[in-house]
Design a protein around this ligand. Structure first.
Ligand SMILES: NC(=O)c1ccc[n+]([C@@H]2O[C@H](COP(=O)([O-])OP(=O)(O)OC[C@H]3O[C@@H](n4cnc5c(N)ncnc54)[C@H](O)[C@@H]3O)[C@@H](O)[C@H]2O)c1
Length: 435
């Protein structure tokens, strides 16, 4: 398994867009004329297309649709993504979603989606219980895969997926897991600064991911609250994000963890009908919550740096508060997703008389991803991370190199989550992370 935390070219601040009409590389569809794509408004360029087929059309389906729809109009890509087909199980609903989000066709069985000749890449935006089955079938069918996080519901599933991705890579087919918070310009800039050595040796990484949508005990028992569909609760949903982000920014992996988990409300009303994202309607019956509501853990990086993590859906008043701070011997960095155009930086070399945290407004063309967007000061939002995710994946496919985070990286995060669960079950005993 390779080291996952190398900055990609955006994170490393290298040049952005590849030349329009670049040579055809692995797994793209037929070259065809694309008019007015990318930054060459009005121009007709010939570039290979990359047919995307997406499974799931609710919260992440909408976010990924936005990414695929927008990416070729903002970045000058080597391949032109085409929104070929979208899949859901309800025919009328998936056709409506196709119209709303701009997909050319709709399917009601993901197997049919995978078989389509116009689909080069399968984008999995379903709950975790279907990730492994869909990804394995798509890779076996010779498609590239983008899979939402967490990669799987169990380590065993994630191992099978990483193994299949490794085999597919030998055939020129690539797989990536959707840890989109790496693709916020400020976090990519933070990675670049850590890689440049601005913090020196790391001592602490402090991360919290706080939401509050479960505070109401009458909130229904959606798929996120069932182990068989979600794998785990706040741990897999929010904890997976912050484990990946912490390791990515630190540029190293966790060696072991010590954890506490809790399920505060163990029985909830059953939902009525389809649930989408975080919203639904409840009925009279009730069912058991079978996942954690909150997970707190400490960890040790391989370098000896110490980390703390908090993932909860019970932080009353906190909506999507992902905060991370890194303290090194030479400086510190801090990021808050609720102020995502900003990065706080303290340079320990500055004279004490006027040293302190300063705010970097991450909107300059020199900042990762921002050469293609708006003038300085005109900020970006949550959805742009999905545009950047699509951009990085298209470049990796065109260049035939493994995208990051790879399925191997997703597997390693899954092992961290499993170690957290094991530690919590054993009275918080320090639990090494399997390699
Ligand atoms: N990257 C992020 O920031 C982020 C945010 C939220 C969710 N997620 C992840 O995205 C995934 C989906 O979460 P969501 O919030 O979009 O869920 P959601 O409930 O909003 O949507 C799930 C979709 O999958 C569809 N679906 C379920 N089983 C299916 C099947 N067998 N065949 C076809 N369609 C099927 C549902 O109909 C629905 O359209 C999960 O893995 C979740 O952890 C990631």
């Amino acid at each position: 398994m390779g080291q996952p935390q190398q900055p990609d070219e955006a994170g490393a601040g290298a040049a952005t867009a590849a030349t329009a009409g670049a040579a055809v590389a692995t797994g793209a569809g037929t070259a065809e004329a694309v008019t007015g794509s990318g930054n060459g408004a009005g121009a007709t360029v010939t570039k290979p297309t990359l047919g995307v087929g997406m499974v799931g059309y609710a919260f992440m389906g909408a976010a990924h649709s936005q990414g695929w729809r927008t990416v070729g109009r903002v970045f000058d890509l080597p391949h032109q993504p085409v929104l070929a087909a979208i899949c859901g199980r309800d025919g009328a609903a998936v056709r409506a979603a196709a119209d709303r989000h701009g997909w050319a066709a709709a399917e009601t069985d993901w197997r049919a989606l995978i078989e389509r000749d116009d689909v080069d890449l399968v984008d999995i935006c379903t709950p975790g219980d279907s990730h492994a089955e869909i990804a394995l079938a798509a890779l076996a069918a010779g498609k590239h895969v983008l899979c939402e996080k967490p990669l799987a519901n169990t380590v065993a599933e994630a191992e099978a997926m990483a193994e299949a991705a490794e085999a597919a890579r030998a055939r020129g087919r690539l797989a990536m897991v959707g840890f989109n918070y790496r693709r916020v310009p400020a976090t990519a800039l933070a990675r670049r600064m850590v890689a440049e050595g601005r913090l020196g040796a790391l001592r602490h990484v402090r991360v919290t991911y706080l939401q509050d949508w479960l505070v109401d005990p009458e909130f229904p028992l959606t798929w996120r609250l069932r182990k068989e569909s979600a794998g785990s609760g706040s741990l897999g949903d929010l904890g997976a994000h912050i484990v990946d982000l912490a390791q990515y920014l630190a540029g190293e992996r966790l060696a072991g963890v010590s954890a506490l988990t809790e399920t505060f409300v163990r029985e909830r009303p059953l939902p009525v009908g389809a649930t989408s994202g975080l919203s639904t309607v409840s009925s009279a019956g009730t069912g058991q919550v079978t996942v954690d509501d909150a997970a707190l853990f400490t960890g040790r990086f391989t370098s000896g740096a110490l980390a703390s993590f908090e993932a909860t859906r019970y932080a009353t008043g906190r909506k999507n508060a992902l905060r991370i701070e890194l303290n090194g011997e030479r400086g510190s960095l801090a990021f808050d997703l609720e102020r995502l155009n900003e990065l706080s930086y303290h340079d320990g070399a500055e004279p004490a008389a006027h040293a302190g945290f300063r705010r970097i407004l991450v909107t300059e063309p020199d900042h990762p991803y921002l050469e293609a967007w708006w003038p300085p000061g005109h900020g970006l939002g949550y959805e742009h991370s999905f545009v950047h995710q699509a951009r990085d994946l298209v470049h990796a496919i065109a260049e035939g190199r493994e995208p990051q985070p790879s399925f191997a990286d997703g597997l390693q995060v899954q092992r961290v989550l499993a170690a957290v669960e094991e530690s919590a079950e054993k009275n918080s005993v320090y639990t090494p992370i399997a390699v």
